[in-house]
Design a protein around this ligand. Structure first.
Ligand SMILES: C[S@@+](CC[C@H](N)C(=O)[O-])C[C@H]1O[C@@H](n2cnc3c(N)ncnc32)[C@H](O)[C@@H]1O
Length: 322
């Protein structure tokens, strides 16, 4: 599930304690009224967020980037609007969104209905996990050096949620065709909208199924960002995460129930020169303990994130048939 800022990053707030003083909506409104630039607005909203004791990790990892996202989204991501003095007509809506973010602890992506992933914008609501996987970096690099996708290659995204991995894979890998599955019809409804908005109807097929059921392959790449939170830990997650669908997070008793099934089912659908790419995030250590002999390569990411491994067809076959 990871954490990635994508384009929504504009540097850190200074750690001057002044920034972390309490701020209510009246003060926020006043600060916005006095703001002369988009940056002033960003600083004011950031102070409001910082005072709100929020948990980040749904597209940003600090109050300032979160505030920047809110301000830019309110301006419709217009460069002209950002460069000009802020429009006073946006103040009330901005205050209300900031208030909801703090009071409801609802991730900003749900409040705005958008998230950024691999440089692309996706429509998001509470039927899907908010895109944040470090797999974005791998996809933007077209899977090189692990795999060199050729025109006509097939890619499978298991548990597609919003469709972000599948659509990004189609966007960056010219000529590849992508299948994307999910067990949740609700998630597929959101994914369908994103497929249409990105004009990917001919490149990305959406299939409702349990993991790989009914799929034959062969796929050159199988991607999966599966649920990996142990069921009993779901209630301990920060409030922001509890707005996300349980099906997207709940990895069963061990946290790795879905991932285990994925390992078993992938082999018969993977091409002989194919690659399995799986994100297990914070479950990396438990997963490694369960599979000490699995010849997985754990990836390092320039832009942050962890818990992703790759396995070739040969490595997976060797392991499962040993
Ligand atoms: C962690 S979310 C990942 C969503 C998306 N791929 C992303 O990276 O943002 C896991 C997704 O897997 C789906 N899922 C859970 N169990 C599944 C299963 N047995 N078969 C297919 N999809 C499943 C969930 O509905 C959810 O959309």
């Amino acid at each position: 599930m990871g954490e990635i800022c994508g384009p929504i990053s504009c540097g850190r707030l200074s750690h001057n304690p002044y920034h972390w003083q309490c701020m209510d909506t009246t003060e926020l409104r006043k600060a916005l009224e006095g703001g002369r630039t988009g940056t002033d607005w960003t600083e004011s909203v950031a102070r409001f967020f910082a005072a709100g004791d929020l948990t980040y990790g749904h597209g940003t990892d600090n109050p300032r980037d979160e505030a920047y996202w809110l301000v830019r989204a309110r301006q419709g991501w217009s460069e002209q609007a950002w460069a000009a003095p802020p429009d006073g007509g946006l103040i009330e809506g901005t205050v209300e969104l900031a208030r909801c973010r703090v009071v409801q602890r609802k991730p900003l992506a749900y409040l705005l209905g958008e998230a950024w992933f691999a440089g692309l914008r996706f429509r998001i609501d509470e039927r899907v996990l908010i895109p944040r996987s470090p797999l974005a970096e791998l996809i933007e690099n077209r899977f090189v050096p692990w795999c060199r996708i050729q025109p006509g290659d097939r890619v499978l995204d298991v548990g597609t949620g919003s469709g972000c991995l599948a659509i990004a894979a189609a966007h960056y890998c010219a000529g590849a065709s992508v299948d994307a599955t999910d067990i949740s019809e609700d998630a597929l409804t959101v994914a369908r909208r994103n497929v249409c908005e990105h004009g990917m109807e001919d490149r990305v097929g959406l299939i409702r199924t349990d993991l790989f059921a009914g799929l034959t392959g062969p796929y050159r790449i199988i991607l999966a960002n599966s649920p990996y939170v142990p069921s009993e830990r779901l209630e301990e997650l920060p409030a922001e995460y509890r707005h996300e669908p349980e099906t997207a997070l709940d990895g069963g008793r061990s946290g790795l129930d879905v991932v285990e099934r994925l390992l078993e089912g992938a082999l018969s659908r993977l091409a002989p020169d194919g690659l399995l790419v799986v994100e297990v995030g914070e479950a990396e250590q438990p997963f490694r303990s369960r599979h000490p002999r699995l010849p997985a390569t754990w990836l390092e990411f320039e832009h942050g994130g962890e818990g992703v491994f790759v396995l070739t067809h040969g490595e997976l076959a060797g392991y499962l048939h040993a």
